[in-house]
Design a protein around this ligand. Structure first.
Ligand code: ADP
Ligand code: ZN
Ligand code: ZN
Length: 748
């Protein structure tokens, strides 16, 4: 920004506008002939010509000059808003674009509801209500001559002196055209009512049900949170599953609303269930708006505007809800803060938890990160004192979370992936009238199909991956590119007919359990079985009735759900994460195992957790089983420190992909060399590793290569990655290779 740049100029000569393009710069326009009522300001949406298109952009800078000659600039076509988008929203999106080095135009687009991107007015939608005017009341149906339907509509409205909303009119088979025709004739008035009451909540009527009496730990946590309500106060609320974190959130939110402020709650995709929402709506008498992928564009805009105007004191949403504007921010809560779905893995690769922390800091409000198994990043901040560490170690029910019992798979016969001792434990639990959860993190029938004559394995033609065998319906599917194929009648290599499933997935385990325990229902819960809307909810309702039953599921079942009648959890195979190449794999599998284990024994009866493994003497697994998540997390943190990995180093990953292997690798090498030269010349201590092929090099027939930047100082990493991005944007070869930058990558 030049020295002359200022948003205070009464009449700027140039507007720097962010437009929806992948280019990392603003486009300059001349202001139109009409000045908006409040003057030109950053945050106003404008309609501008971009090439041959007309697009919606957002004014970012109001300046006196441009680097382009003024007579070559186009004037804007129209200013869309009377007042700008909120300043705090603009701050957050600009921060996001800068931090993640993503084009501002695209960042703004992603942070706006679709309808606002398209230029809809920044006003709450209203409910139209149609009522006869005085003239209409004096008019007889016969006066309308041949307009028979209009006459009938007139009569309908005459029966409703308070008027009817549009939906009620169209429900009677009248059209909007007929309504507007009467309106144009002056016979009908159109009244507009806002969709959400604009009454501010009255604290006396805030609670719809009484709050629970907190236990000692909950009360201590809440009291610490109460003390920090008026400042930036980052807290890690670490509480074992079922320890009542949600109850602490609810009581904290109550205090926030009582001060006339708003609460923004982020939950993982899997956590925003009707049950979660129901819990918030049951407690409070104020509007609770939910932002999730199931909303229509109109509903999303309504929710966004309700948050922006302050009409909605409670906003709950998944990752992208972090971009909701708030009139009076009071607290941000990130539930299950370790969850992977909080990070967007494509396009604008942001982490909603990290943005939430930045946003809370900007507003000067508290932020609560809640989890039973905090991310190592958050735990490190709690250990070094930057975050207040609040702990809940007791469950509300009597029973502490069950310990993991490791059972060795080696040399034991398996049925649907389960060994005899696990099957015995299942039998006993069912006989006692309880429920069993069998956790297996692979959907489908078996991880792959194998030829027993020659060793052939079904592989995807387009990816470096095996194809999963499905039985319902029977086919081979690649879970990486979604390609499907019919089952081969014989081995494509040796023509043998001896093809067999290798390993077990949810379908196979379900089938074996159904055969072993024909007298109890078996519910399978994975992405395939719950594709139909409501299917998941129906099964959960069935499970909560409490009849003895078997649940077979993937991580969909492992997280968040309160399954009071489950007393035994069996983990079919704990080994996937133990020896994976990704540096976070162990952390993630420890979190998942702990979450799954937390499903057992949450109500009246104690729980048991059996973990099948081929590596029962693995030191990490044993540490987790014997001393719990915290002990393992501390050990992992020490390993990360030794290996110079996050949270002790900062990383940025540049990914390259192309249909031609040599092209992706060629550009990555060139970029790496250029960057190393620049780093050396600038005395920048960032190291550049690679390029190396990505862990699954070929996906959908495209080759993936990556270059890793690692730095001890964020500022140096930022400078280096900014330089690299600029180099790639300017590089001609880069046009044939798709590349992207991932700041703080979750996977390498
Ligand atoms: P978390 O969010 O930590 O998993 P929840 O808040 O869902 O835990 O609480 C688990 C269960 O314990 C819920 O059924 C909740 O109603 C109950 N609960 C929480 N706090 C209390 C309390 N102080 N007294 C009684 N029951 C409680
Ligand atoms: Zn074969
Ligand atoms: Zn594939």
């Amino acid at each position: 920004m030049s020295a002359s740049a200022s948003s205070f100029l009464d009449a700027p000569r140039v507007l720097g506008v962010a437009v929806p393009t992948p280019l990392r710069r603003l486009f300059d326009y001349l202001p139109g002939p009409e000045t908006p009522t409040g003057g030109w300001q950053p945050g106003l949406r404008v309609q501008v010509a971009l090439g041959r298109r007309s697009v919606v952009g957002i004014v970012i800078e109001c300046r006196a000059t441009s680097e382009v000659a003024l007579d070559r600039l186009k004037p804007i076509e129209a200013c869309l808003d009377g007042s700008p988008l909120p300043a705090d929203w603009l701050w957050l999106t600009r921060f996001t674009a800068r931090y993640y080095q993503h084009p501002l135009g695209d960042t703004l687009q992603q942070a706006l509801p679709v309808l606002l991107r398209q230029g809809r007015p920044l006003e709450p939608r209203t409910l139209e209500r149609w009522r006869l005017s005085a003239q209409g009341q004096a008019t007889q149906a016969a006066d309308l001559g041949r307009a028979r339907r209009q006459a009938e509509l007139l009569e309908l409205l005459r029966q409703h002196p308070r008027g009817l909303p549009t939906a009620a009119v169209t429900a009677q088979q009248f059209s909007r055209t007929q309504l507007t025709a009467l309106h144009d004739k002056g016979l009908v008035d159109c009244l507009e009512e806002p969709r959400l009451a604009s009454e501010p909540p009255r604290p006396t009527a805030l609670l719809a049900e009484p709050a629970l009496n907190l236990n000692r730990e909950q009360a201590a946590a809440l009291s610490t949170l109460h003390d920090g309500l008026d400042r930036y106060h980052p807290c890690l609320l670490q509480g074992v599953t079922g320890s009542g974190k949600t109850e602490v959130y609810l009581q904290l939110i109550e205090a926030v609303i009582q001060r006339g402020r708003q609460a923004l709650i982020l939950v993982p995709e899997i956590g925003l269930t009707p049950q979660t929402l129901e819990r918030f709506r049951r407690r409070f008498r104020v509007p609770v708006v939910a932002l999730h992928s199931g909303l229509t564009d109109h509903e999303r805009l309504d929710a966004w505007l309700a948050a922006m105007s302050g009409r909605a004191p409670i906003i709950i949403g998944t990752r992208s809800a972090i971009f909701t504007p708030l009139a009076a921010p009071g607290v941000i809560i990130v539930d299950e803060e370790h969850d992977g779905s909080l990070k967007q893995q494509e396009g604008l690769r942001y982490h909603a938890r990290d943005l939430a922390v930045a946003r809370a800091h900007h507003h000067g409000i508290p932020i609560v990160l809640g989890s039973a198994t905090p991310a190592l990043e958050s735990l490190a901040q709690a250990r070094n004192g930057r975050y207040t560490h609040l702990r809940l170690t007791q469950r509300a029910s009597r029973h502490p979370p069950a310990k993991l019992e490791l059972i060795d798979l080696r040399g034991r016969p398996r049925q649907g992936g389960l060994i005899p001792s696990a099957i015995d434990a299942i039998r006993q639990t069912l006989a006692a009238g309880h429920q069993v959860l069998v956790f297996i993190n692979r959907r489908g029938f078996a991880p792959t199909l194998a030829c027993h004559a020659c060793g052939w394995l079904a592989e995807c033609d387009h990816c470096d991956a095996r194809m999963t065998l499905h039985r319902q319906p029977p086919l081979l599917a690649c879970h990486h590119c979604e390609r499907q194929q019919p089952l081969p009648p014989a081995c494509p290599e040796c023509k043998s007919g001896d093809l067999r499933p290798l390993g077990a997935g949810t379908e196979r385990t379900e089938e074996s359990l159904a055969a072993l325990f024909p007298e109890v229902p078996v519910h399978r819960i994975d992405r395939d079985s719950t594709r139909r809307k409501d299917a998941f909810g129906e099964v959960l309702a069935e499970i909560k009735r409490g009849e003895p039953s078997l649940l077979v599921g993937t991580q969909m079942l492992a997280k968040g759900h309160h399954l009071p009648h489950v007393t035994l959890v069996v983990v079919v195979n704990a080994d996937a994460g133990l020896y994976a190449s990704d540096f976070r794999a162990l952390e993630h599998s420890a979190q998942l195992l702990t979450q799954v284990a937390g499903r057992a024994g949450r109500a009246a009866h104690p729980g048991r957790v059996l973990v099948q493994t081929l590596h029962s003497d693995d030191p990490h697994l044993r540490l987790l089983a014997e001393r719990g998540y915290d002990a393992l997390a501390d050990a992992l943190l020490e390993e990360r420190r030794g290996a110079a990995l996050p949270p002790f180093r900062f990383l940025a990953l540049t990914r390259f992909e192309s249909a031609r292997e040599a092209e992706a690798m060629g550009l990555a090498k060139e970029a790496g060399e250029a960057l190393r030269e620049w780093l050396a010349a600038r005395d920048n201590a960032v190291t550049c590793l690679g390029p190396v092929p990505a862990p699954m090099e070929r996906r959908q027939n495209r080759y993936h290569v990556q270059l890793l930047l690692s730095g001890a100082q964020r500022s140096q990493l930022h400078e280096a990655s900014a330089w690299l991005v600029a180099w790639l944007e300017a590089c001609r070869d880069a046009r044939r290779v798709r590349w992207s930058l991932d700041i703080d990558p979750q996977t390498l």
